[in-house]
Design a protein around this ligand. Structure first.
Ligand SMILES: NC(=O)c1ccc[n+]([C@@H]2O[C@H](COP(=O)([O-])OP(=O)(O)OC[C@H]3O[C@@H](n4cnc5c(N)ncnc54)[C@H](O)[C@@H]3O)[C@@H](O)[C@H]2O)c1
Ligand SMILES: O=C(O)[C@@H]1CCCCN1
Length: 312
């Protein structure tokens, strides 16, 4: 008889998932994704259901990676509203199936997976696109993604200064106190990004908060928020003048307000850089527009299950 699905909680995911293991799996998955071979990967564009009454969305992210033996679906709800709820604004669950028979092997909390795989993808973009001698990191936003980005960027790079900006000084100060290393609290976005080499935008803004005129030529921006076609974090000048990389061309041209409304040209997918079919123009100002991919959740969930089984 088949065994029931294993249920892996948020705390267990946090216990077993490590960037050092996750990053190589993501690099491999992004590279496979950009080869566009349906024998290797089937990952349709995310279906998104608006939850208009609650100012939110449900995204469905099925993925099949035949050679890796992974069949999964992430279901993610994300909300625009700010009504003082203590629940996270992005909540997710990942189902891992046995592709041979269709039985569910594991039901895995997706909150930490989402935060860590998104931050790891941004870190991979920075590995290839950030200036060689990067000294200053600026993080715009102080939520879950800000924390995961702080963690991975300070784990794999060495910055002389890390800055943070939030709409209120209190939130930026609380973020600065919550992390292990020193973080400079900035009162304006302009102050935070001045001469920064790497900039991470992880807000729920729907209008531009980051303007090209403030940015040092050659800086790298990992743009993570603004995941709807009418939402923005970056202004037209930045989007049009930077070299724009994305996780998925199809995703970016369907879901990203920063890409669609600015009319910017997408230069390459990150996976194409990893496959060396498109160049990494590190010396130019670069934007990595991240929307999030089912394959990232698929390989993360498989890794979580492997580590969980190994340590149970
Ligand atoms: N690209 C991806 O794969 C991916 C994955 C997860 C989340 N996201 C997106 O990243 C963003 C951050 O996610 P999170 O989980 O950290 O959210 P969060 O709610 O934990 O944090 C959001 C941050 O944005 C700030 N904020 C809210 N409205 C703002 C506004 N109008 N202007 C400036 N700042 C504002 C909040 O104060 C907070 O600091 C969201 O837009 C989310 O949808 C993207
Ligand atoms: O890929 C994801 O998980 C996210 C969730 C929030 C909105 C954008 N995409």
């Amino acid at each position: 008889m088949d065994s029931p699905p294993i249920v892996i909680s948020r705390d267990e995911v946090k216990r077993v998932l490590r960037y050092i293991d996750l990053i190589p799996r993501l690099e491999s998955a992004l590279a496979i994704f950009s080869r566009k071979n349906s024998l290797e990967i089937i990952q349709p564009l995310r279906s998104v259901i608006p939850l208009s009454k609650y100012n939110g969305f449900l995204g469905l992210m099925p993925t099949y990676m035949e050679q890796e033996g992974i069949l999964s679906t992430k279901m993610v709800c994300f909300y625009k509203r700010e009504d003082g709820s203590t629940l996270p604004s992005t909540q997710a669950t990942v189902l891992l199936f046995n592709p041979e028979y269709g039985n569910v092997k594991a039901i895995i909390d997706g909150e930490v997976i989402t935060a860590m795989r998104t931050a790891a993808a941004s870190a991979i973009s920075a590995k290839w696109l950030m200036p060689a001698q990067a000294e200053v990191l600026a993080i715009l936003g102080t939520g879950n993604e800000a924390l995961s980005h702080y963690n991975v960027f300070t784990e794999i790079f060495t910055f002389k200064e890390v800055r943070v900006w939030s709409r209120t000084r209190e939130r930026a100060e609380a973020f600065s106190r919550s992390v292990a290393g020193p973080v400079k609290v900035c009162v304006t976005v302009e102050e935070a990004v001045k001469d920064a080499d790497a900039i991470v935008t992880v807000t729920r803004a729907t209008q531009p908060i980051l303007f090209g005129k403030w940015i040092k030529p050659g800086a790298h921006v990992a743009a993570v928020g603004a995941c709807r076609p009418d939402w923005r974090e970056l202004d037209d000048e930045l989007m049009r003048e930077a070299v724009v990389y994305v996780d998925s061309r199809e995703g970016a041209t369907t879901e990203s307000g920063d890409v669609i409304l600015s009319g910017a040209t997408v230069f390459a997918e990150l996976g194409e850089v990893l496959n060396e079919t498109r160049p990494a123009l590190r010396e130019k100002t670069t934007v990595f527009k991240s929307l999030g991919l089912g394959i990232e959740d698929a390989v993360s969930a498989k890794l979580v299950l492997e580590r969980w089984e190994a340590t149970e």
